[in-house]
Every structure is written in C-alpha cells, then in structure tokens.
Design a protein around this ligand. Structure first.
Ligand SMILES: *[C@@H]1O[C@H](CO)[C@@H](O)[C@H](O)[C@H]1NC(C)=O
Ligand SMILES: *[C@@H]1O[C@H](CO)[C@@H](O)[C@H](O)[C@H]1NC(C)=O
Length: 555
C-alpha cells in the first residue's frame, strides 16, 4: 500500500474509534466542560469535578440557587470539602464554599442518553467527609468511575455541610438546623433538573450512601420536599432511626457550643453564633473523646438532624408514607459496631487481654439507661443466655461487638425495613447483611481472628477498589465487588437487584412483612445466602421488650 493510502486508512480508523464525549454541557448556571478519558476501543467517560449546584451558603442558612456564570466553566478539579475537623482532630480543613458535585458519565460507541443516575451521599458521622472521599496515592475513595463503567450508569457524588456549620440547631426558628440535609436536597433537585443534558434520565434517580450518608438517604426519602425526585434508595449501615440519627435536645448542645465560643445563653445566642468565626465554631463542635463502656462514643455523636417542622415535619418513624413509591435497599455489615465498641472497650481487639464480663454489663447499662435496672437485667440475660457457665474470652469480646452492632445499626435498620415494607405502595424493599471479613483480621494482624465486616468495610467494594488497585486485593475480593456493583446498578436500572445488565450470583428475594428475607453478601455466595429474620431475638428485645419495660431505677 502506498504511504498516502495507509495514512488515509489510519485516519479513517482513528475517526471511527474517536472517543464519544459530551463536550461542553449546558446547565442552568452556565456551560461546563469536564475531562474525557478513553477506557477501551469503544468506550470512554466524561468526568466533571466541582460543578456548583448552589451558591456559597450563608452561615446557618438554607442553600440558595447559584447566580450562574459567563463562558465555559472548566470542571476538572475536585473542590475543597466543607469546613470540618481534620482526621487527627488538631485543626480544621476545607471551606465554607463547598456546595459542589462531581459527575461520571460512561459512553459506548456513541454519546449516552437516558442513563440511570446514582447519587452518592458520604458518611462521616455528620462531622466529616467529602464528595470525593479520602485520597490515597491519587486514588479517591468515592471515585465513581468503576461503578459508572461496569454498571453503565451515571454516578454523581455531592458535597454537603457537616459539623457545627451543617447541623447546629437551637431547637427554634433562630437556628433551625438541618442545613446539611438541605444541601443534599438542593443537589438532588439540581440533578433532577440538569442531568438530562449529561445523558441521564431524571426519572431514574437512585440515591445511595453509607453511615451518616445512609441515614441521610433515609431522611431524603422521608422529607416531603423530595416528592417525585427520587425513584430508588440504598442505605448502607445507617438509617434515620439510628440512636445517633436525630438529636432530640439540640438546645442543650447549642448552649454548650455557645459557651465554648463565648456567646451568651439568651435570646441573642443565635445572632452571636452567626457572627462567630467559622473555624472556632467548627472546633467547638469537634467530637469529644475518650469514650468508655460507661460513656459510649455513640452518645457523643450529637450534631445530627433535628425534627424542625420543615425538612422533617415529624419523627422519622411517622414519615415512611413519603417513601411509599421509592424502591429501597437497606443493609448493615455484620460487625458494624466493632470500630465503635473497640473505642469504648479497647481490650476486645487484644488476644492477650481479658475483657471482663463486667464490661458487657457496663455497656448494656449505658445503652438501656432510660429503663434503669430492669432494662439492664433483661438485656444482660438476652445477650448471655447462650454463654454457658464459663464463657471464653472470645465469646465475651464477640458479644460486646454484637451489642454495639445491634444497638447502633442493625436493629434500627430492621425497624426501617419493617416500616418501609408496611408503608409501601409501588416501592419494593430489600434487606442485606454484608459479611466479607475485614482484611486486618487474623494471625499477626491488628484485629482479632474472628473479625467480620467492620463499619465502612463495604465502601471499597461498592466503589470497585479491588479492580482499580488489583495488587491490593485477592481475586475473591474482586468477586464480592463485582456482585455488589451488579446488585446495586441493576437495582438503579430496574428497581430489582436481580434484573439488569449484570449477572448476579444468586437471586435476592424481596423483604416482606411476613417473610423478612435478606441476602448475606460475601465472596462465597450461593442460594444458601438467602436467609430470614435477621437476629430476630435481639431485634425483638430492642424494639418490643425494652420499650415496654416499666422504668425501675432501684436495685
Ligand atoms: C430506567 O432505566 C432503565 C434502564 O435504562 C429503563 O429500562 C427504565 O425504563 C428507566 N425508567 C424507569 C422509570 O425505570
Ligand atoms: C453454598 O456454599 C457453601 C460453602 O460456601 C456450601 O457448603 C453449600 O453446599 C453451598 N450450597 C449450595 C446450595 O450450593
């Protein structure tokens, strides 16, 4: 072939396989342009980082629409997270200018249209977190690329205010609270209004989140302000009914924070707090440590949403009718309570230290303190009835983790599942238990050999890290990650985790008020992973027996 012909053939070929891209996208605020990356011969992805979905928020105010911009906004860098304490709690990081979102749009041979959309809400105890997640060697935890590519869905990750600036409430109209939830809502509404220009289907939006993000997902389904915006939802390890989900006495916390920043505790408190330096406010809301079995860490998580008569017109348990048409997956990790109980009772992680039985009593006494001695006695016999006369160290340590897991996550999640199923019209309900063991458990490792899935262990699998960084994982980890991405993205497309483009290892039946079926998710999945009545005895204790006990504080 002559040189020219070769060049022509090459040029034609290059044109044929040139990557599909949205190019410049028109949004309500103005034009944005992201980054286009090629993934394969016939696949590519547009990535937009740092699109503003609202204006810079006023302090302790609801978010406002962005005024817009002229020209093309380059959206190729993540924006700072919302102002918060740093990981080691010595200083603050982030900015008050933080209401931005990121979008991953996968394309095949041609530019995508009408794709289902998955909107991620991060966790971090309503105290920390960012839309892109922790960064390790330029690999961001909440990078949406693997989910978007494997599942052929659009992934959006949003930023919202946390800590004092996101959730402080005086319990009245002066500082009503819930600003972080309003931010999330503003982002969801922005996605609904704008995602069609990115190739998304606004009627096919799934919100998903973990921990405080899982509870946030639940709050977003319960508020009347999202009517018609959300089609489906996934709450991983967190629902609105968790003991840390709602602060019932926000005034007390507001006064403690006011004292720390030298504001008067009177009718001028709200005005004074509004004028206080945001860094001081953030530091005044930092998590107080250390904790113990007598003062468990979960009771220090107080900067939470409040029943404000607006975002939440009533107690969460009375609002599930607002989620009646939303398909909902709710689940927990089998040792979600481990990281928390290990702070309260550090000996549970040691093979060399005994954990005294007394620690089980102290932790249960804290969790049941509203019912006094009757609560403790009932709880103690419920959790120790299978112990025999001489429980092993391991049995005692595992019981502590079970108590924490049940109280902080598992039981409230079961209550949310019952309420969703009982209130549902068209909405389907699915329940799961994630049990892939933590990778730091076992011989010569910092965690005990009996470790299951700790809090937040699910995140790496949901975001496909075993594929992104294959050297850090075994093939079995890629199996679990593939299973979760298949169930999650099928669900986002069809409302049924079993039906969609990706094959699943076993059929996940719906949770019904009579069947109570759930799927146990791990690397070794087959049909025997479909189970029933998750920890029934303990759910019954916390939801029926304990609330009906007469209060008794005398010995
Ligand atoms: C959602 O997306 C799926 C897959 O693209 C499609 O089949 C379905 O019709 C869409 N709409 C709704 C409301 O589920
Ligand atoms: C499922 O897998 C377990 C081991 O992981 C095995 O013992 C069991 O027989 C399998 N069940 C079915 C129905 O294949």
């Amino acid at each position: 072939m002559a040189k020219l012909e070769v060049l022509v053939v090459v040029a034609v070929f290059m044109e044929m396989v040139s990557a599909a891209s949205l190019g410049v996208v028109y949004t309500e605020g103005g034009m944005v342009e992201g980054e286009n990356i090629r993934l394969g011969l016939f696949s590519s992805m547009d990535i937009f980082r740092g699109i503003p979905f609202a204006d810079m928020p006023g302090r302790f105010e609801k978010p406002k629409r962005h005024p817009g911009w002229d020209g093309v906004l380059k959206t190729t860098e993540f924006k700072p997270r919302c102002l918060q304490m740093n990981v080691i709690m010595t200083d603050t990081r982030g900015s008050e200018d933080c209401l931005y979102l990121n979008i991953w749009v996968p394309h095949g041979r041609s530019v995508s249209t009408d794709l289902p959309v998955m909107v991620w809400i991060y966790g971090g105890g309503f105290l920390a977190g960012g839309s892109m997640g922790a960064n390790f060697l330029d690999n961001y935890l909440y990078d949406g690329q693997e989910i978007a590519d494997r599942g052929n869905v659009i992934v959006v990750t949003l930023g919202y205010r946390v800590g004092t600036l996101g959730l402080l409430s005086t319990g009245d109209s002066s500082l009503p609270g819930n600003y972080g939830l309003w931010d999330q809502q503003a982002a969801i509404a922005w996605v609904h209004r704008n995602i069609r220009s990115f190739g998304g289907d606004p009627d096919n939006i799934t919100i998903f989140g973990e921990s405080a993000g899982g509870a946030s997902v639940n709050f977003q389904t319960l508020t009347p302000h999202n009517k018609g915006l959300i089609k489906r939802a996934i709450s991983q390890s967190g629902v609105a009914l968790c003991p840390w989900g709602i602060n019932k006495n926000p005034r007390k916390l507001a006064e403690e924070i006011a004292l720390k920043v030298n504001c008067p505790i009177d009718h001028t408190m709200g005005a004074c707090l509004k004028m206080t330096d945001p860094v001081l406010l953030t530091k005044a809301g930092a998590l107080s440590l250390p904790s113990s079995a007598d003062h468990p860490i979960v009771f220090n998580l107080l900067l939470s949403p409040v029943v404000d008569g607006d975002f939440l017109p009533d107690e969460p348990s009375k609002l599930f009718h607002n989620a009646a048409d939303i398909d909902y997956i709710i689940g927990v990790n089998d040792m979600d309570g481990h990281i928390f109980t290990a702070l309260d009772v550090p000996s549970i992680n040691s093979d060399l230290l005994e954990t005294p039985v007394e620690d089980v009593r102290r932790l249960l006494a804290s969790y049941t303190k509203e019912k006094g001695i009757a609560g403790l006695d009932n709880a103690y016999s419920t959790y120790t009835s299978s112990w025999g006369s001489d429980p092993s160290w391991e049995t005692i340590k595992k019981t502590i983790v079970e108590i924490g897991t049940d109280y902080i996550f598992l039981v409230p999640s079961q209550a949310a599942l019952y309420l969703h199923a009982a209130n549902a019209r068209t909405g389907r309900t699915y329940s799961y238990l994630f049990s892939e063991p933590n990778r730091m458990g076992g011989l010569l490792k910092p965690y005990p050999s009996w470790m299951g899935a700790d809090h937040a262990d699910d995140l790496q699998y949901v975001f496909g890290k075993p594929f992104t960084t294959p050297l850090g994982y075994w093939p079995s980890h890629r199996d679990v990650s593939g299973y979760i991405i298949a169930y999650w993205t099928n669900f986002a497309k069809t409302g049924d985790p079993n039906k969609g483009d990706l094959k699943v290892p076993t059929t996940w039946p719906r949770f019904t008020s009579t069947g109570h079926q759930f799927l146990e998710i791990n690397a070794k999945m087959n049909s025997s992973n479909v189970k029933q009545m998750m920890r029934m005895r303990y759910v019954h204790f916390w939801t029926s027996i304990l609330p009906n006990l007469a209060v008794n504080f005398s010995e």
